[in-house]
Ligand binder design. Structure first.
Ligand code: GLY
Length: 437
C-alpha cells in the first residue's frame, strides 16, 4: 500500500514514523524535515497548493493520503485528492468546518442540542460587541471565526486585561477580517483544567485515544506568551491525574454526538477529530475542535499506539473502524524551541541533535520546524523538535525526556517543568479547588 503524508512538522514526523514499516511511504512537505526525509520518498512544495498535491499523489499512484495540518484541509485538499480517486485520512472541506469555521461549530452544538457547549455569540459589528460586553459580567475569550494558525485567540486575564481590551481586540479582528471572516466570536471564559481527547473517525464510528494535556505557555510555571504548545503528557490508563473515567466518557460522548451532527449537516467526517475540553465544576465543556491530530499531543498517542497505523488508516477510509490498541503507559513530550520563541532571532542557526544517544535512553525525536541542509539542521522561527519518552508513571517518563533533552545543543530552550510531579500536582490541586468552590 502506498501512503502519502502531507505536512512538514513533528506531528507529521510522528505519523510517518508509525507508517514507515508497513507501507511504501511518500511525503509532501514545505521543507526537508530531517526525520521524514529519511523514511519517505518526498517532494518539497507548498502543502496549501492542493491541486499540486493531488497531482503528485496521482502520479505516484497513492492509495491513501494522510493530511497532517489544518490549513490544506481548509483549502479542500481532501476534495481535490478524492476527485483523483485517492482515499484520505482527513475530512473534506465541508466537514473540516468543525475547525475552520467556529461559528459552524457552535451552531452545530446549538442546533443539535449537543451537551458541553458554553455561552457564546457571533458578531459582525463592533457596536453589538460593545453592547454585549457592557452587559456581560464574566471574563471572556475573543476568537476569530476562521483559522489564524493558533495565534488569534485572546483571553481576558491572560492576553487581555479586561473586557474593555476585549472590545478593542474584537474591533481589530472584525476590521482586519482576521481568519478570513469579518466576524468575531465572544465566549465566556471557563475556569478549570484543559485536556485533549483525540479520536480516529471513519465517518460513522469514533475510537478515542488516551487523554493528554498540552502546555501552551512559553515558560516554566505557565508564564509567558501562549505558543503552539511546549509539551504534553498522558498517563497510564488513558486518563489524567485530574480527569476521572466519567469525565473522559462524557467528553467522548460529546465527540460522538458531534461526529453524527457533522454527517447530518455537512459530510461524513473521516480522519482525526481533536477535542480541546475544559474540565469545569460542571464537567467537560468543549473549547474547540481541530480537524487533525494535536501538536504536540500527536506525539504522545502515536508513541503509544500498538495497532499498526496503516491498518487504522485502511479502517478509516473503508468505514470499518472498530478498535485501536495503545500501550498502557504514561508519556511525556517536551518541545525544544529556539531561544526567544515565539519572537525569536535565532532562525537559521544550526543545532546539533545526538539522535543515537537519545534513542539509547529509550526516548524518541520528532523533528518540527527545522530544515536539513548540507551543513546541518537549521532552526526556523518556530518549534524545533519534540522529545518523547514513555514510562510506568508520568514521573518516570519525564525523567527520561529531561535526560534526552541534554543531547540537543544550540540556541534553544524547553520547559523543564512539563510532566514533573510538582506541576502535575498543581493541576490536581487547581481542579480540586474548582470542584470545592
Ligand atoms: N496542541 C494544540 C493544537 O494542536 O492545536
Amino acid at each position: 500500500m502506498k501512503v502519502l503524508v502531507v505536512g512538514t512538522g513533528a506531528r507529521e514526523h510522528a505519523i510517518a514514523s508509525r507508517l514507515a514499516d508497513d507501507v511504501e511511504l511518500y511525503a509532501y512537505m514545505s521543507k526537508v524535515n530531517p526525520g521524514i526525509s529519511k523514511i519517505a520518498t518526498y517532494k518539497i512544495g507548498d502543502e496549501g497548493e492542493v491541486d499540486k498535491v493531488a497531482e503528485y499523489a496521482k502520479e505516484n499512484e497513492i492509495d491513501i493520503a494522510f493530511i497532517g495540518p489544518e490549513a490544506p484541509l481548509g483549502k479542500g485538499i481532501v476534495d481535490a485528492l478524492e476527485k483523483e480517486g485517492i482515499k484520505c485520512v482527513g475530512p473534506t472541506q465541508s466537514a473540516a468546518r468543525i475547525e475552520t469555521d467556529k461559528s459552524f461549530m457552535r451552531n452545530l452544538f446549538e442546533d443539535k442540542e449537543i451537551e458541553g457547549s458554553l455561552v457564546y455569540k457571533v458578531f459582525d459589528n463592533t457596536e453589538d460587541v460593545n453592547n454585549f460586553l457592557d452587559e456581560f459580567d464574566k471574563d471572556v475569550v475573543v476568537k476569530p471565526v476562521g483559522l489564524t494558525g493558533g495565534k488569534g485567540v485572546k483571553i481576558v486575564g491572560d492576553h487581555l486585561k479586561d473586557n474593555e481590551e476585549a472590545k478593542e481586540y474584537s474591533k481589530e479582528v472584525i476590521d482586519n477580517t482576521m481568519g478570513g471572516f469579518a466576524q468575531v466570536i465572544i465566549e465566556e471564559r471557563l475556569l478549570g483544567e484543559e485536556f485533549t481527547v483525540q479520536a480516529f473517525c471513519d465517518g460513522e464510528n469514533l475510537v478515542a485515544m488516551p487523554a493528554a494535556q498540552d502546555h501552551p505557555h512559553a515558560f516554566e510555571g505557565d508564564k509567558g506568551a501562549i505558543t503552539g504548545g511546549m509539551g504534553s503528557y498522558s498517563d497510564k490508563g488513558g486518563l489524567l491525574p485530574f480527569l476521572t473515567q466519567e469525565d473522559y466518557d462524557k467528553a467522548v460522548e460529546i465527540m460522538k454526538a458531534t461526529l453524527k451532527a457533522i454527517a447530518e449537516e455537512a459530510e461524513p467526517y473521516k480522519g482525526i477529530l481533536y477535542g480541546q475540553f475544559m474540565l469545569t465544576a460542571d464537567g467537560p465543556r468543549l473549547i474547540e475542535y481541530n480537524a487533525r491530530f494535536g501538536d504536540p499531543e500527536a506525539m504522545n498517542v502515536l508513541t503509544l499506539i500498538k495497532t499498526p497505523l496503516a491498518k487504522v488508516c485502511e479502517d478509516i477510509v473503508n468505514g470499518e473502524l472498530t478498535e485501536v490498541e495503545f500501550e498502557d503507559k504514561a508519556s511525556v513530550c517536551k518541545y525544544i524551541v529556539p531561544d526567544g520563541y515565539p519572537e525569536t532571532e535565532y532562525a537559521g542557526e544550526i543545532i546539533e541533535v545526538d539522535e543515537e544517544a537519545i534513542e539509547e535512553l529509550g526516548a524518541k525525536v520528532f523533528y518540527a520546524a527545522v530544515s536539513e541542509e548540507e551543513d546541518g539542521i537549521h532552526l526556523s522561527g518556530s518549534r524545533a523538535l519534540g522529545i518523547v519518552a514513555t514510562g510506568e508513571t508520568i514521573e518516570e517518563a519525564e525523567k527520561i525526556a529531561e535526560e534526552a533533552v541534554k543531547y540537543v545543543k544550540g540556541p534553544v530552550y524547553h520547559r523543564s517543568d512539563v510532566g514533573t510531579p510538582e506541576l502535575v500536582q498543581k493541576r490536581v490541586d487547581h481542579m480540586n479547588e474548582i470542584l470545592n468552590e
